[in-house]
Design a binder for this molecule. Structure first.
Ligand code: ADP
Ligand code: MG
Length: 237
């Protein structure tokens, strides 16, 4: 079943056209990667899904419903969690308080939600009373993902979760993403780390200058010469 559908999206920042004719489908249970160089429009795509940017053309459909005119908190309420670029955790708040921010739409007992997040990220439980700002980069990324999971989303948007992290920590983050998918959460993953994203994803889209220039099974793209040359650091092609 198609969970998310972006149809003919166009998004502008004033005179700058950040996205044009973008069509993306994500099926329930998939990991779909969104690849592209800096400025290609990856973050704008996620922000448009979350209701943080508005398309001037096209639509965003989630679980059969048009959502691109809804405010961000309603989009969260429908089941879309977003771990934004640069993590954006609250450094002066404790780990637990940061997690609770991800659950703001819910009333009552958050125990189940925090325990679910702690089971994916045991280190966050150990550090739950510590300020977010005292965590390592990798732990802050776990906190950003954990916060996005507090609303028990059907679709998780991840914007460059590996950015600025050491290779070993990147491995950990990618294996956690794979664990999250096993719990039934669908994932749209934005990455500059194309090799690792394609190793994990079922399918991928490549954005260039705000347009989708390639879309295929991840395995197919891994073997594509143009992808290898442009995104996998194999400059020889
Ligand atoms: N707030 C903004 N105001 C003006 N231009 C922006 C803004 N955010 C992004 N852009 C521009 O939109 C394009 C796409 O940016 P972005 O979606 O952040 O790309 P990516 O995440 O792939 O690096 C770029 O040309 C970028 O400079
Ligand atoms: Mg970006």
């Amino acid at each position: 079943m198609t969970l998310l559908r972006l149809i003919d999206l166009e998004v502008r920042y004033g005179a700058i056209r950040a996205l044009q004719d973008v069509n993306v489908d994500v099926s329930e249970g998939e990991i779909v990667a969104l690849l592209g160089a800096n400025g290609a429009g990856k973050t704008t795509t996620l922000r448009t899904i979350s209701g943080l940017a508005r398309p001037v053309k096209g639509s965003v459909q989630f679980a059969g419903r048009e959502i691109h005119r809804l405010p961000p908190h309603e989009v969260v309420g429908l089941g879309i969690g977003h771990a934004p670029e640069g993590r954006r955790i609250f450094p002066q708040m404790s780990v637990l308080e940061n997690l609770e921010m991800g659950a703001y739409r819910r009333r009552g007992d958050l125990h189940q939600d925090t325990e679910r997040v702690y089971s994916l990220f045991p280190v966050l439980k150990q550090r739950r009373r510590q300020d977010g700002g005292t965590l390592s980069g990798g732990e802050q990324q776990m906190l950003a993902i954990g916060r996005a999971l507090m609303s028990a989303p059907r679709l998780l948007l991840l914007d460059e979760p590996s950015m600025g992290l050491a290779p070993l920590v990147v491995e950990t983050i990618f294996s956690i993403i794979s664990e999250i998918r096993k719990t039934g959460t669908t994932i749209l993953l934005v990455e500059q780390n194309a090799a690792q994203a394609l190793a994990l994803a079922d399918r991928a889209y490549v954005l260039e200058n705000g347009r989708v220039v390639m879309a295929d099974k991840a395995r197919t793209l891994l073997n594509n010469e143009r992808v290898r040359a442009a995104y996998l650091g194999e400059g020889a092609a």
